[in-house]
Ligand binder design. Structure first.
Ligand code: 0L1
Ligand code: MG
Length: 257
């Protein structure tokens, strides 16, 4: 099994927004570690086109999301500079079947590394927390995949929007924050910060511990998407999305051609 070749295949479909068959159909013996290696090779390939690694995401951090896609563990993916939206307009160009989900993003002021990192280390390393929206768009047909497939496809990472207002990590009890997501003025889902691995700070700590297996860590200035606070919502051209973060404000997104 040639991981470089599989990565080239996935990178092509990611870059061009074209759907594909699950890679595990042709490579049923693919292991999760191989899939993370493929993910890394794809991002190196994107790096050779000028994309910079700006952060990381945790995915499948709630029991509800794991059940929805039939995968039993949290996963991580890499965020690059082209994924960061600089306006709340999401163009459907290059997207296949996007979904959006509310997130809480941590922005770091210190590096974090090691297999024993605890929430207290994360607090000391966090500059601020920002309400965010993630756009996921699996390259697999029908959004259907195994754990190995979704890891190799960079945890469906596609775009993310950070709110304009950052908050001190000590501003509120993030696990008690209620978040709702509406599409075209109709409530779709609601959740609480605690739906992300009991507390979003735990998601960052878990990410650091997972990365330590690859011998890497998080760097100062990076953005960490901690995981969907609610289920994801399908979007199409013409939709408007509003995410309400209780007393921390709202984030709006419009979906265009
Ligand atoms: O961000 C997420 O939780 C999504 C991870 C990948 C699974 C999916 O595409 O739904
Ligand atoms: Mg997410």
């Amino acid at each position: 099994m040639n991981l470089q070749e599989i990565a080239r295949h996935i990178d092509y479909h990611q870059k061009n927004g074209i759907e594909m068959e699950k890679v595990t159909l042709n490579y049923p013996s693919l292991k999760v570690d191989d899939a993370y290696e493929i993910q890394k090779i794809c991002i190196d390939e994107a790096g050779s086109r000028g994309e910079r690694l700006v952060g990381w995401k945790m995915g499948l951090t709630s029991a509800a999301k794991q059940k929805m896609v039939g995968v039993n563990e949290a996963i991580y993916g890499r965020l690059t500079s082209v994924m960061e939206m600089d306006s709340p307009e999401l163009s459907m160009k290059g997207l296949i079947h996007p979904k959006v989900e509310p997130e809480l993003a941590f922005i770091l002021k210190k590096d974090l590394k090691g297999d024993r990192v605890q929430p207290r280390d994360v607090w000391l390393a966090t500059e601020c927390i920002v309400p965010a929206v993630e756009v996921i768009d699996s390259r697999y047909k029908n959004f259907s995949f195994t754990l190995e497939d979704v890891v190799a496809d960079n945890a469906s990472s596609t775009k993310f929007l950070l709110g304009n207002q950052a908050f001190s990590p000590y501003h509120t009890e993030w696990d008690k924050l209620k978040v709702t997501i509406s599409r075209n003025n109709e409530l779709q889902h609601e959740g609480y910060g605690r739906d992300v691995l009991a507390h979003p700070v735990r998601s960052v700590a878990e990410l650091v511990r997972m990365l330590s297996k690859e011998g890497i860590g998080l760097k100062e200035g990076m953005v960490i998407l901690t995981g969907g606070v609610t289920e994801a919502v399908n979007v199409q051209e013409g939709d408007t999305i509003r995410v309400d973060y209780e007393n921390l404000g709202t984030l709006d997104m419009t979906v265009t051609e």
